[in-house]
Design a protein around this ligand. Structure first.
Ligand SMILES: [Zn+2]
Length: 59
């Protein structure tokens, strides 16, 4: 299967047995960047563009 990396937005081949966190898949490339203390540009854009639909929504 493939998983979309939340860091670079690319699709990577991953094993179906690989655990993918709910926050999203991080490819080895971005993982090393994160470990180096860098931020992922794609992730920042995702956070700023997050819709706030929970506010005021009633069940
Ligand atoms: Zn990536």
């Amino acid at each position: 299967m493939t998983a979309k990396c939340v860091g670079c937005g690319l699709h990577w081949n991953v094993s179906i047995y690989q655990k993918i966190p709910r926050s999203g898949y991080i490819c080895p490339h971005c993982e090393s960047r994160l470990r180096a203390g860098e931020t992922l540009p794609n992730k920042q854009a995702d956070q700023s563009g997050r819709p706030q639909k929970m506010k005021g929504a009633k069940p």
